[in-house]
Design a protein around this ligand. Structure first.
Ligand code: KG4
Ligand code: ZN
Length: 347
């Protein structure tokens, strides 16, 4: 019998029904993009309230799409870390209610490990362990040694903004929409990535497996709004904007690829699993495959719909269930960012 996975870590309300064979029987993602577009970033309180409104209809829809009833479920799984605390709590409350009401085991899973598990859904047995993991999303940018689907050791990552956050801020500077990644990607298609030489902080530093994006963001701001420009200066348009978008995108991609290359050299691992919303980016996907070719490594990236937040990747909960790892009614959330997780020594 299948499990129900619930995902509400940030601004997507998602549910999926997945068989023990990791077949996704029904998957629904209700995006909150329109809600947050006005602020060009996720407003946590609004996100939590929207989850409350949407979570039960989204769950019902996922179960209906699977062609089953709630009583056909075998377990309930929920992403409990990391994420926005208010958002996580809505998913957890729904999962606990359904699990208790139906007398089903409850499993909490890690959202970042789930992003990488999307590779398993897309590429099946080509995923082997240990592997190198790269999570690039709106809230996280990290390099991992992945020993098992559920055991990740953080090797490094961003020391400031997440790469997706940088895409979102760059898009705002260029007068593009939210979330910024897809907008930058579309605009960059017609641009010259060599038009502006934007910084790749830490890229040449072979001591650290870390990346930084705040300087890139500032450099773009200085190009778009040079010091002394009037406050009502309109954002660039046309070719100028396309060149800025392409140059930004290239710099962000180069920063990541430089450290993926270093991680492959350091660890000797020859399989890279990639996950997170920014992994939907074509320039990044192509550059990672090139990097893999240079190192004789295989690079696995899920299709775009499995890169951005979704609950199908909650299939990872079967890995816990197969080992008899169900949580009790005291299951709690672990909010936080890359930085707090690092401080705690957790993933
Ligand atoms: O994984 P995700 O859906 O949510 C988090 O866990 O954070 O990632 C969302 C991020 C946003 O910052 C969005 O701008 C970025 O992924 N993104 C992209 C693309 N599609 C989404 N960034 C670059 N290129 C894309 N095509
Ligand atoms: Zn995510």
């Amino acid at each position: 019998m299948p499990l129900l996975a619930i995902e509400s870590t940030c601004d997507e309300t998602a549910a999926a029904v997945i068989s023990r064979g990791r077949e996704v029987l029904g998957s629904v993602v209700a995006t909150q993009e329109a809600l947050h577009a006005r602020w060009r970033g996720v407003v946590p309180e609004l996100a939590a309230r929207a989850h409350v409104e949407r979570i039960l209809p989204v769950i019902d829809e996922a179960v209906a799409r699977a062609g089953i009833g709630r009583h056909d479920l075998e377990a309930v799984a929920v992403a409990v870390r990391p994420g926005l605390v208010g958002s996580l709590l809505v998913g957890l409350a729904a999962a606990k209610g359904i699990a208790l009401g139906l007398g089903l085991p409850l499993v909490g899973y890690d959202h970042l490990a789930a992003h990488l598990y999307a590779c398993r859904l897309a590429h099946g047995a080509r995923v082997r362990y240990p592997a190198l993991g790269l999570v690039v999303s709106g809230g996280h940018t990290g390099f991992y040694r992945v020993d098992t689907p559920t055991r990740l050791e953080r090797l490094g990552g961003t020391i400031d903004d997440a790469v997706g956050e940088a895409f979102d801020k760059a898009a705002a500077l260029l007068g593009l929409g939210y979330p910024g990644g897809p907008w930058i990607e579309r605009s960059a298609v017609d641009g010259d990535p060599r038009r502006h030489r934007l910084p790749r902080p830490l890229a040449a530093d072979r001591e650290r497996l870390d990346v930084s994006f705040s300087g890139l963001k500032t450099a773009l701001r200085v190009l778009v709004r040079p010091p002394g420009s009037p406050p009502d200066l309109p954002p660039p348009t046309g070719q100028a904007r396309a060149d800025l978008a392409a140059s930004f995108e290239q710099a962000a991609v180069d920063s990541i690829v430089a450290k993926v290359s270093l991680a492959m050299e350091r660890t000797g691992l020859r399989l890279l699993l990639v996950g997170g919303g920014v992994a939907a980016n074509s320039r990044l996907r192509a550059a990672l495959v090139d990097c893999g070719d240079r190192h004789g490594a295989e690079v696995l990236v899920p299709p775009p719909a499995l890169c951005t937040d979704n609950a199908a990747m909650g299939a990872i909960a079967w890995e816990h269930l197969d080992r008899g790892e169900a949580a009790g009614a005291l299951l709690d959330v672990v909010p936080g960012t890359d930085r707090t997780a690092r401080a705690r020594g957790a993933v």
